[in-house]
Design a binder for this molecule. Structure first.
Ligand code: GLU
Length: 282
């Protein structure tokens, strides 16, 4: 490994890996290899209720079956709470975080125009539910309450995506104040992933296109932390024959099922050739 390229693959062990994950991870690995760079394997197991050790083992087996060779890790998010607490402290110091015990129902009732997200509606957190400026400034730890990041209403966050082209999402319209720390003490995805990608010096993030909007939120965190963001490459989602994106319910498309049926990764890839958003029948 000679170049400065640093990529990562980041499975969440809440279920079996399926073809959608496979395609994204494969591209992540390929891009790191083509760049002669490093590839970190990060296990995103912060949610100790939903994540299970057997899924970690299974994911590692699936990745090996695909011929993916990571150069660092596995690194477990569940063992990195100091990194996330430190990020919380630095964000808190900017004045952009506030404690929020607003329930989902309150958000639903107050957000009059929910946006139709690709799948399911995303409720945009309404500014009327924000506490006054300065709330939570004197607090010294994130414990015991959820924390939100105050977004700059009306500002459009733009970025270039290597696969999807130019992107633009407007704070306050496409997304609202988002949770960075959960009430149960678990750092939220947006904070954990940015803290890790900075600390691991990731230069390009390859992941699914379902996270495009998250990238806009994450760019606000990078800015608040005065860190330079990586390059972005969001792979199109693999869909089933009914046009639904693959999820845990698609057991038949789990890599493990294909593997047990005797298929090789090369067969699977040949079946997926062609393109983005193509549909796949179990
Ligand atoms: N852990 C996430 C997933 O499995 C990926 C997060 C990311 O790559 O930023 O979808």
């Amino acid at each position: 490994m000679t170049s400065a390229y640093r990529g990562r693959i980041a499975p969440t062990p809440t279920g079996a890996l399926h073809l959608g994950h496979a395609r994204t991870f494969h591209v992540g690995w390929q891009r790191a290899r083509e760049a002669d760079g490093a590839l970190v394997l990060r296990i995103e197991d912060l949610d100790q209720v939903r994540c299970r050790p057997e899924y970690v083992e299974q994911s590692l087996d699936d990745l090996r079956w695909m011929g993916i060779a990571w150069t660092e890790g596995p690194v477990y998010q569940s063992q990195r709470s100091e990194v996330y607490r430190d990020a919380w402290h630095r964000l808190h110091a900017t004045g952009l975080l506030y404690p929020s015990d607003v329930s989902r129902k309150e958000v639903r009732d107050a957000a009059h125009a929910p946006h139709d997200d690709e799948e399911g509606a995303e409720l945009v957190f309404p500014p009327c539910l924000r506490p006054p400026l300065g709330a939570g400034r004197d607090v010294v730890s994130p414990d015991g309450v959820a924390w939100r990041f105050r977004v700059p209403d009306g500002e459009t966050v733009t970025f270039h995506d290597a696969r999807q082209g130019p992107q633009a999402f407007t704070a306050g319209t496409d997304f609202g104040d988002f949770v960075v720390w959960r009430k149960d003490g678990v750092p939220a995805y947006e904070l954990a992933v940015v803290a890790d990608d900075i600390e691991m010096r990731i230069t390009e993030v390859v992941r699914g296109a379902d996270l495009l909007k998250s990238t806009a939120r994450q760019l606000l965190i990078y800015r608040a932390l005065q860190a330079s963001p990586p390059a972005w490459c969001h792979e199109s989602l693999v869909r089933d024959a009914d046009g639904r994106r693959l999820a845990k319910r698609h057991q038949a498309l789990a890599l493990r099922t294909l593997r047990e049926r005797g298929e090789s990764w090369a067969d699977v890839q040949a079946g997926m050739q062609g393109d983005a958003d193509r549909s796949i029948s179990p």
